[in-house]
Design a protein around this ligand. Structure first.
Ligand SMILES: [Zn+2]
Length: 252
């Protein structure tokens, strides 16, 4: 067990939730951002730590520009219009398309700084957007950042589920509780017949939440409106009923 990092005196976090998927491209960062916006709209104070240092997307999702600034030797996060406090390695770069090439020890050191040296203030929820995979960085974040619970993001595709299985097993090995699974791209709403159509061929395999006896927290559709709203910087206007239902079930 690695030693856990301690927040500074200007930061108090009630609950830390890591959003994890063992595969990239399943919409994990978007789901993190949507959980944050929906929680904020019910009056919670929320921060997002973008631990996907190599492929950061969080500041782009919120259309945030500008660089992080320091104060008394600590770092101030950026704040979205709704009031979400955000820290992302993207905010260290001059151009968002600059490639980030950092070696693993530097990545881990940066994430430690994002946790320890950022003035988070008082937060009800700190959401951590983990990098894809079950590598070194993911493991260190889960062990060192006082993560209370993990939300696993999956899709109906078998290849994704196989990788997410590995993530679930890893979480079990290090004794981190999994709050449940969110399945993304479960279906799309048909404009013609107004029915839900599955996006992927259904397999006869057991769904992951049955296999591992975990709660299915939400099934989200592929919705063409969402990327459009994100591209126009309006992610905070998106309302998703199943996410509202989900966070209403939490004991805050
Ligand atoms: Zn149809």
């Amino acid at each position: 067990m690695k030693k856990s990092f301690q927040l500074n005196l200007k930061s108090q976090v009630k609950k830390t939730i890591a959003i994890m998927s063992s595969k990239g491209g399943v919409g994990k960062s978007t789901i993190t951002a949507l959980l944050a916006t929906h929680l904020t709209k019910i009056g919670k104070k929320v921060g997002i730590l973008d631990a996907d240092v190599i492929g950061p997307t969080m500041s782009r999702l919120f259309a945030l520009k500008g660089k992080m600034v320091g104060q008394d030797g600590l770092i101030l996060p950026l704040t979205t219009p709704l009031g979400i406090r955000l820290i992302s390695s993207q905010l260290l770069l001059d151009q968002s398309d600059d490639p980030i090439i950092w070696r693993s020890p530097l990545v881990l050191d940066l994430i430690r700084q994002f946790y320890v040296d950022v003035i988070w203030g008082e937060l009800d929820y700190l959401l951590i957007d983990l990098p894809p995979g079950t590598g070194d960085v993911t493991m260190t974040v889960l062990e060192s950042l006082n993560v209370d619970e993990i939300i696993m993001v999956t899709t109906p595709q078998e290849i994704v589920q196989d990788l997410v299985s590995k993530g679930i097993q890893m979480a079990k090995i290090i004794h981190k509780p999994i709050l449940g699974l969110i399945e993304n791209y479960s279906y799309f709403m048909c404009d013609d017949c107004h029915k839900k159509h599955p996006l992927f061929q259904t397999s006869d395999r057991q769904p992951l939440w049955v296999k591992y006896q975990l709660p299915l927290l939400a099934q989200l559709p592929l919705d063409a409106k969402i990327p459009k709203l994100i591209d126009s910087g309006k992610i905070e206007t998106i309302e998703i009923e199943s996410i509202n239902q989900l966070i209403n079930t939490w004991r805050h």
